[in-house]
Design a protein around this ligand. Structure first.
Ligand SMILES: Nc1ncnc2c1ncn2[C@@H]1O[C@H](COP(=O)(O)OP(=O)(O)OP(=O)(O)O)[C@@H](O)[C@H]1O
Length: 449
């Protein structure tokens, strides 16, 4: 396929198009729509600048182009010049799911490291080992033409007797990071960049907030420390804390009605009861496997139960949650990433950050709910977790691709919860008939195109 002056693919002659494999065809479609979106000032993928204009080192530009990126997205174009400026300044950056936030903070870490010094200089924390591993793969890919050394701070990675990590960049989860710093396996005296991906989650007092604060308190004080917070969501109750955590930060914020990307079409299906939810999921199996799909449940035991049942009935599905051990989790997510499994049944553990471009469908088997402590409803009903909803559906529709999400509702309560989500996000959730399976499949296929 030919590339035009902007580096985007142009349409091949008709005969060549007919010969092209499905894979090439779909790549072709993605590039064409991506090019359109990157020209549209209203798109989060739009930019007026090139990567060359963003002040990056030549070795990093090589890494970026080697990954196939041609133009920055809006968040990359806006954040990178602020992040790379001297003296370093903190950043609180918000941009929709799948719009390229990782590259912004990874390029900053790689830009600030002194490769002649074999000591940790940049730490990055994420809420799950799956996300930490994914971020690391971006560090390695973007740093391919630099001498960067990296190390994980995730469970079961370093042997018990490990000492004195000499890597420049450490990516991990908060609990393990605390442990390694405490045991002096990681020396933080030269750390100058501290990144929180999914920062609202990392700072939430009901989640990882205490551990994250503990890590920050272990870092050297009084020295230049650049604190970088990124997420697609910053709910009000963490915004103030984020500003304290990263003082005098440059801020890039989204408006309430901009929180999710328009390329994710949202649907719901009326189910009669819990058992009917299972039946509907099974009847969706063909659709789920056209691309890849992620099914979210509220509890680990639900994920296990439905995956066992579906497997027993001859369907190929995988399940992933926090009760599985580290190596099993790695095998499952790697299998899904490589497309060996097409359907992944899971919990909120991978609701955030996971980037698998072939995922074109997300199912909320259970709607995400706030836990009891967070639940400030006056009617005693459980309230929906709007932020988690936005992150879950954001596992599809990555960087301009199309995706669909389907919510299962099965009673008055779940109906009211879905309406609250619809109101809060300002995006219509469309009803799909469940009694005519062929019509349903047609409607979904159309939305995926
Ligand atoms: N400038 C670019 N050109 C082409 N593709 C890009 C560019 N920047 C990022 N991408 C790709 O877009 C996808 C989404 O990026 P990324 O995972 O960083 O999104 P995100 O904003 O961190 O999303 P989330 O909020 O879900 O964590 C990745 O596959 C990444 O490789």
């Amino acid at each position: 396929m030919e590339k035009d002056a902007d580096g985007f693919y142009t349409a091949p002659p008709a005969a060549a198009a007919e010969d092209a494999s499905d894979l090439v065809k779909s790549t072709f479609q993605v590039h064409v729509t991506l090019a359109d979106q990157q020209q549209n000032p209203d798109s989060p993928l739009y930019s007026v600048k090139t990567f060359e204009e963003l002040g990056l080192h030549g070795d990093l530009l090589k890494g970026i182009f080697d990954m196939g990126f041609t133009k920055p997205s809006k968040i990359q174009e806006r954040a990178l010049p602020l992040l790379l400026r001297n003296p370093p300044q903190n950043m609180i950056g918000q941009s929709q799911s799948g719009t390229g936030k990782t590259a912004a903070f990874v390029l900053t870490m790689l830009s600030r490291v002194d490769f002649t010094k074999n000591k940790p200089q940049a730490l990055c924390l994420a809420p799950s080992r799956e996300l930490a591993r994914q971020i690391m793969s971006v560090v390695v890919a973007m740093g391919k033409f630099t001498p960067v050394q990296t190390e994980y701070a995730i469970k079961d990675n370093l042997p018990k007797g490990a000492s004195n990590v000499t890597a420049h960049i450490i990516v991990g989860t908060p609990g393990t990071m605390i442990n390694l710093i405490r045991r002096k396996v990681i020396d933080v005296t030269d750390v100058k960049v501290f990144v929180l991906d999914e920062a609202d989650n990392m700072l939430d007092q009901d989640g990882l907030g205490d551990d994250t604060l503990r890590v920050k308190n272990m870092l050297p004080r009084g020295k230049e420390m650049q604190i970088i917070l990124f997420s697609a969501t910053f709910p009000d109750h963490v915004r103030a804390f984020a500003s304290k955590f990263a003082p005098n930060a440059n801020k890039i914020e989204l408006k309430r009605n901009e929180l999710s990307v328009d390329s994710i079409r949202q649907f719901y299906m009326d189910c009669r009861d819990e058992e009917h939810k299972y039946d509907i999921l099974v009847s969706l199996y063909h659709l789920l496997t056209i691309g890849q799909s992620i099914i979210f449940c509220q509890h680990r035991h639900t994920a296990d139960r439905i995956s066992q049942r579906m497997t027993a009935e001859g369907h190929k599905v995988a399940s992933l949650h926090g009760a599985k051990d580290a190596s099993e989790r790695d095998t499952i997510i790697d299998g899904f990433r490589e497309g060996r499994e097409k359907v992944l049944i899971t919990t909120n553990v991978i609701a955030r950050g996971i980037d698998i471009q072939q995922v074109n469908m997300v199912v909320n088997y259970d709607l995400p709910l706030l836990n009891e402590r967070e639940n400030h409803g006056d009617r005693g009903d459980q309230r929906p977790d709007i932020e988690t909803y936005i992150h879950r559906i954001g596992r599809t529709g990555r960087f301009g691709r199309k995706g669909i999400s389907i919510n299962f509702v099965h009673d008055k309560k779940t109906w009211a919860q879905m309406q609250e989500i619809e109101e809060a996000t300002g995006k219509k959730i469309i009803r799909v008939e469940t009694d005519d399976l062929d019509a349903m499949e047609e409607q979904m296929k159309k939305a995926m195109k």
